[in-house]
Design a protein around this ligand. Structure first.
Ligand code: SOE
Length: 387
């Protein structure tokens, strides 16, 4: 019989929905030594919160996150709120001796991320950050191939994360477009994901040179919001205080070179997290919009059959894939969250660090900060200048 850990989820919108689904589904597909229990979901608005609790399957609701953090029956605090509350909640939860899970980016600033890491290191409790794309079977296969030397020496990572949901100038000023709420725009929201994959698949960054840009400077203020990314527009205008696009060059400590581009103005691209890694023995390409597939070029193939082929990462031998369906029965975006929760439960049981965790979140925030410093100084920034 698996040990149970009671979860207190703070936040019930888009990421709250994705995390709720992961907690509800994980034991249906993984035989776990420790299972999450959907105890309390927390949010400020009683009505929508109750509706979310009923829809997602939470036992109880609470509108004051501090009561959830102080609840002795809660083992895990999951922070799925906008970035401006991550730091305060995480420190309170760590000080209360809770296991702490947090959405990305860890904090809204490097200083917040450092404080969060220090608090969880002081508590010694397990911790995780929801860089969920590491957990796509095709990405985990890429990690396995790189770690085994199958690609040889890594020369390049060429990463993009492109969306277009705010390319309409009339799209309202949601929290993701307000610096005081989100910390940054495209940069911390989706560049953070490809930075994490760079660290995970290639290695630590050595120096960066980048630029941030805001195309639309003013937008209508928000009317009503929905739980995906949408909102209705009011007639009053407000200032956009974050970047719409962020791009940077990178040198990795192992000598590889990288280009990273994140934009919410790549009209026609919806959730186009696509990257290519080139090594001395071959190359791989991943595209989140085709997340079951990994394109692979093997330099060792005979010349007459050279070419990129598509690996469908649904074989039982592929990471996570065997927990779901027979080969060819593909999985989706939501399964990356289920896989992350499964890995977290196993790590907690073994007393091992969860991957990815607050330390990953802190080093991710160092790269985000270094790129912002580079943008301001219009020059290269070495990572050893950013602690
Ligand atoms: C919006 O850009 C968003 O929901 C991000 O916040 C998520 O982290 C990403 O996984 C999907 O797009």
């Amino acid at each position: 019989m698996a040990k149970k850990l009671n979860v207190g989820l703070i936040g019930y919108q888009f990421m709250g929905k994705a995390h709720s689904n992961a907690y509800r589904q994980v034991a249906h597909f993984f035989d776990l030594p420790v299972e999450p229990v959907m105890k309390t979901i927390c949010g400020r608005s009683e009505g929508p919160l109750k509706a979310a609790a009923d829809k997602f399957g939470w036992q109880q609701t609470e509108t004051d996150w501090r009561k959830v953090v102080e609840d002795p029956n809660i083992d895990i605090i999951d922070i799925s709120t906008p970035g401006d509350s991550h730091c305060e909640i995480a420190i309170a939860a760590a000080d209360a001796g809770k296991i702490v899970f947090c959405e990305k980016p860890l904090g809204n600033t490097l200083d917040e991320a450092r404080q969060m890491l220090q608090a969880i290191q002081k508590s010694g409790k397990p911790n995780a950050i929801f860089h969920n794309y590491r957990k796509a079977p095709a990405v985990a296969l890429a990690k396995r191939m790189i770690s085994s030397g199958e690609l040889g020496t890594i020369y390049h990572m060429r990463a993009t994360y492109l969306q277009d949901w705010i390319a309409d100038p009339n799209f309202p000023l949601v929290w993701r477009l307000q610096k005081e709420k989100a910390g940054s725009g495209t940069h911390g929201d989706i560049n953070a994901h490809i930075i994490d994959l760079g660290r995970h698949l290639v290695g630590e960054f050595d120096e960066v040179c980048g630029t941030l840009h805001t195309f639309i400077k003013q937008r209508p203020k928000v009317g009503a919001i929905d739980d995906r990314l949408g909102a209705s527009a009011s007639t009053e205008m407000g200032e956009v205080t974050v970047d719409d696009a962020a791009m940077f060059l990178a040198r990795f400590q192992n000598g590889a070179l990288g280009t990273f581009e994140a934009s919410r103005f790549a009209v026609g691209r919806k959730n186009y997290n696509r990257w290519e890694i080139n090594g001395s023995k071959g190359s791989i390409v991943f595209n989140l919009e085709r997340l079951n597939e990994l394109e692979y070029y093997n330099e060792g193939d005979p010349a007459e059959t050279h070419g990129f082929r598509v690996i469908q990462a649904t074989e039982g031998s592929h990471p996570y894939a065997g927990n779901y369906w027979p080969v060819g029965h593909i999985i989706g975006y939501e399964h990356t969250f289920i896989n992350l929760v499964a890995d977290a439960m196993v790590a907690i049981d073994k007393g091992e660090p969860i991957s990815p965790n607050f330390e990953d979140g802190y080093h991710n925030q160092r790269v985000l900060d270094a790129v912002e410093r580079s943008h301001s100084s219009r020059g290269w920034i070495r990572m050893d200048q950013v602690q």
